[in-house]
Write a protein that binds this ligand. Structure first.
Ligand code: SF4
Length: 463
């Protein structure tokens, strides 16, 4: 596990020379070239304390976000299919020793009903989430679940990309997982700090730090070339965690020529009968959390940053400004709770953690338009084999915008016609036309042709 060098990380964070404000501003200037940051540069920015330098950091993060991703925000919803788990993570309500949790594993019919609800809302991307259990979340069950999800059609709607967050697998089983037609494989190390990891994961297969740490190596070796990493912020010092997660990203880039497709930044939230979620060891304030996201945006400019509904709506709006590129909306974290679709006491006795943003997809879409962000339901790259290094090349060339903008606008037009409420439809149409008017040249006429095809009833118009 040599690429998580704890002593190097600690020495960088204690290096007084890296606390120099003019050096920090120099690094921020350099980062605007969108070539990424070194671990040392990232350590310097993690030590920013001056408000002026912090503002400089946030505006640089916004510049890089707009340079590479424009004003798009990709939307998705999580689907929890089972809360059965053989691990005992001290921050999670699904942990095996939590006898207060009502356990549920969805049947394929129940999965179909959940997806019918999400497709009916307008979702096109799903993050399938399952606890680790040899029987309740077997490869067979995961495969059947993915197949069931892709088969659902509701009027013009369907799910076009299924990402998965599940337990680490062997290379052979990752090949099987790839054969299910998944998009991104996600697995969070939770914490890279070895001793903290051992404490937080006292039993079960997840107590094996190295097996989890090398999960992405095995997934990439098995041919899954879109992988998503993440840390659960609050388990250990956030500066250490950020540098360790970047070390992981850099190591994947060094060994496979592609860094992670996405990085997720969940913060610990209250969870039923979860000791580490009651007394959060290293709770992070909002300003530090915002700093982490901005630094990640500068350090790995071509990696998507995912923000979930753990965070409250008001703060999510603020974080969109500093580099977030993907958000969940209208989420639920307990199996079967979409169909129930109303907050119930029972739901809290089944969920993994409590949410901060309870708005519906339609409310989030409208809010994005009002904030100047283009809601995107695009899934084109993965279905056009623009994944892994091919995606990274396109992103690094700066040409990705020529593909993303038309595809995003096409999916948004679909949403407005098929799913938007009246209020969102009027705000959205005005915003859409304003966005189209900003695009010049051949891309503009391409967009107009795609929008016309959608208006004439075609769906899933992309290139
Ligand atoms: S975090 Fe994941 S592995 Fe750990 S108890 Fe919860 S569901 Fe199981």
């Amino acid at each position: 596990m040599e690429f998580i060098d704890e002593s190097l990380i600690c020495s960088l964070l204690q290096d007084e020379t890296l606390k120099d404000q003019s050096l920090q501003n120099e690094i921020i200037e350099k980062a605007k070239e969108a070539k990424g940051l070194s671990l040392k540069d990232s350590a310097a920015l993690l030590n920013i304390s001056s408000e002026d330098v912090l503002d400089n950091l946030f505006s640089a993060a916004r510049q890089i976000k707009e340079k590479i991703y424009g004003n798009r925000l990709v939307l998705f919803a999580p689907l929890y299919i089972t809360n059965a788990c053989v691990n005992n993570c001290l921050y999670c309500a699904f942990r095996q020793d939590n006898k207060e949790l009502i356990r549920k594993t969805l049947t394929l019919d129940e999965i179909r009903e959940e997806i019918e609800f999400l497709v009916g809302q307008g979702h096109k991307r799903i993050l399938l989430v399952a606890g680790e259990h040899p029987k309740k979340s077997s490869m067979q069950y995961l495969g059947d679940a993915v197949e069931t999800i892709y088969k659902v059609k509701v009027n013009n709607g369907n799910i076009r990309r299924v990402n998965i967050n599940s337990a680490p697998l062997s290379i052979d089983n990752f090949k099987v997982l790839k054969s299910f037609g998944i998009g991104t494989y996600q697995c969070f190390q939770e914490t890279y700090h070895y001793e903290t990891y051992k404490t937080m994961h006292p039993s079960g297969p997840k107590s094996d730090y190295a097996w989890r740490l090398y999960a992405m190596d095995r997934a990439l070796q098995a041919g899954i070339d879109d992988v998503g990493i993440g840390s659960l912020f609050g388990l250990t010092d956030y500066k250490f965690e950020t540098l360790a997660m970047l070390s992981h990203a850099f190591n994947l880039d060094k060994n496979y020529g592609i860094g992670p497709h996405t990085i997720s930044v969940p913060r610990i939230e209250p969870a039923l009968n979860a000791p580490a979620a009651k007394n959060i060891p290293f709770a992070i304030d909002d300003s530090s959390f915002k700093k982490i996201i901005a630094i990640l945006r500068l350090a790995v400019p071509y990696t998507g940053i995912i923000l979930s509904t753990r965070e409250k709506a008001e703060f999510r709006r603020e974080l969109f400004n500093v580099g977030i590129s993907q958000i969940s909306a209208g989420s639920r974290t307990s199996p079967g709770s979409y169909k129930e679709s109303k907050e119930s006491l029972k739901e809290h006795e089944m969920e993994q953690f409590q949410l901060g943003d309870h708005r519906s997809l339609d409310e989030v879409v409208k809010d994005c338009c009002n904030l100047g962000y283009m809601p995107s339901f695009c899934t084109a790259c993965y279905r056009s084999q623009r994944t892994g290094d091919r995606f990274m090349e396109l992103a690094k060339s700066g040409d990705i915008g020529k593909i993303c903008v038309p595809n995003a606008l096409s999916t948004f037009k679909e949403y407005l016609i098929d799913f938007a409420s009246d209020g969102t439809s009027s705000v959205g149409e005005e915003f859409l036309n304003e966005q189209i008017s900003r695009v010049n040249g051949t891309t503009n006429s391409k967009i107009k042709k795609m929008i016309e095809r959608v208006e004439n009833g075609e769906r899933d118009v992309y290139f």
